[in-house]
Design a protein around this ligand. Structure first.
Ligand code: PMP
Length: 304
C-alpha cells in the first residue's frame, strides 16, 4: 500500500509529493529539516512520538534563520504529523522527516522573496549506525561549520554537506563515525549526533556556543543524568585529547539514540568496553522513549 506525505498543505500519496529540479532549496541548500522518532509501544499498541513539540520548535527556529515565516506552530505541526502517521497506520518504529524549503524555481541565490513550503514524510526505522554498542571513531580533518559561516544551531540542509564530507571520509578510512572540531579546535559533535564524555564520574558535553546542534536527545540525557543518576553534568569546551583520556564516551541523537564509542583513533576509551554510566543512561533512555517510565511520560505524544 502506498505511503503518504504532507506536501503543499495537504496529505497526499507519496508519489505525488514531487518538486521541480529548479527548486531553490535543492539548488542552493536553502532548506532546513528536522528528524523525529515515533516508537511502537507493543503493550499499549500505540505509536509514541518523542518530544515532538521540542523538535518542531527547533525546526521552526532553523527555518527562521533562513528567513522563512509560517503560520504553523509546534502544536499544529505535531497534529499534522499525527494525522500523517495515522493515515499510514504504522505499527513499528518510524523516523519522521519534516523539511522546510525555498520552493520557488529559478536562479539567484538569496533568502528573501521566495515561497516557503513544509513537507513531512515518515520511513520505517531501526538502528542508524552499524555499530551502536562499540563504535570506533576518528577525529575528522574537516572542521565543523561555524555560527558565522552556516550556523550549526540550525538544522540547515546546505550545512549537511559538511557532515557528509566528514562521514564519508571516516567510513572510507574504516571508522564507524567521526568527531569534529570547531574552528577553535574544540570538540563540537559527530556528523548527526552530540557528544558526551565521562571523566572522573562527571558527565561533560560541549556548550551550545561550540558550534553544535542543540540536540533534543542531548537535552534529555542531561536531564536523566542529573535527576535519575544524580550525576554532575558540565557543559564546557572539550579539547581533542580529552577524547583519548576520558573513561566513557557516547554519542546522542534521534537516529543514533545513545551510541557507545569504545575507541577513538585506535585508542581504547577507558577499558575499551561500554562504561557503567553509559549503560545506565542507555537503559533509562530506552524505557523513556517507549513510554515505559511514568515520570517522563510527558515527553511521549501518542498517535491517536
Ligand atoms: N548534531 C547534529 C549535527 C545532528 O544532525 C543531530 C541530529 N538531529 C544531532 C546533533 C542530534 O540532535 P537530536 O538529538 O535532536 O536528534
Amino acid at each position: 500500500m502506498e505511503q503518504h506525505a504532507f506536501f503543499e498543505g495537504k496529505i497526499v500519496p507519496f508519489s505525488q509529493a514531487k518538486i521541480s529540479i529548479a527548486t531553490h532549496g535543492l539548488n542552493y541548500g536553502t532548506a532546513a529539516f528536522g528528524g523525529l522518532r515515533a516508537y511502537w509501544n507493543a503493550e499499549e499498541e500505540k505509536l509514541l512520538l518523542f518530544r515532538p513539540f521540542d523538535h518542531y520548535r527547533r525546526f521552526l527556529n532553523s527555518a527562521k534563520i533562513l528567513c522563512m515565516e509560517f503560520d504553523h506552530t509546534p502544536e499544529s505541526l505535531t497534529q499534522i504529523t499525527i494525522e500523517l502517521l495515522k493515515t499510514d497506520a504504522w505499527r513499528q518504529d518510524v523516523y519522521i522527516r519534516p523539511l522546510a524549503y525555498k520552493a520557488d524555481p529559478g536562479i539567484g541565490v538569496r533568502l528573501h522573496d521566495l515561497r516557503d513550503e513544509i513537507a513531512i514524510f515518515a520511513v520505517p526505522f531501526g538502528a542508524y549506525g552499524k555499530n551502536e554498542d562499540n563504535a570506533h571513531v576518528t577525529i575528522s580533518s574537516w572542521r565543523r561549520v561555524d555560527d558565522n559561516i552556516i550556523p550549526a544551531r540550525g538544522k540547515i540542509s546546505g550545512a549537511y554537506a559538511n557532515s557528509a564530507l566528514i562521514k564519508t571520509d571516516a567510513i572510507r578510512a574504516g571508522f564507524d563515525e567521526a568527531l569534529v572540531l570547531d574552528q577553535n579546535g574544540h570538540l563540537s559533535e559527530g556528523t548527526a549526533m552530540n557528544v558526551f564524555l565521562v571523566r572522573d564520574g562527571v558527565l561533560i558535553t560541549p556548550p551550545v556556543w561550540d558550534n553544535i546542534l542543540e540536540g533534543i536527545t542531548r537535552r534529555s540525557v542531561i536531564e536523566l543524568a542529573r535527576n535519575e543518576l544524580g550525576l554532575e553534568v558540565v557543559e564546557r569546551s572539550i579539547d581533542r585529547t580529552e577524547a583519548f583520556l576520558c573513561d566513557e564516551l557516547f554519542l546522542t541523537g534521534t537516529a543514533a539514540q545513545i551510541t557507545v564509542v569504545t575507541r577513538v583513533d585506535h585508542r581504547p576509551v577507558g577499558d575499551g568496553k561500554m562504561g557503567a554510566i553509559t549503560a545506565r543512561l542507555r537503559a533509562l533512555f530506552n524505557d523513556v522513549v517507549r513510554g515505559k517510565n511514568p515520570k517522563y511520560r510527558h515527553w511521549n505524544v501518542a498517535v491517536e
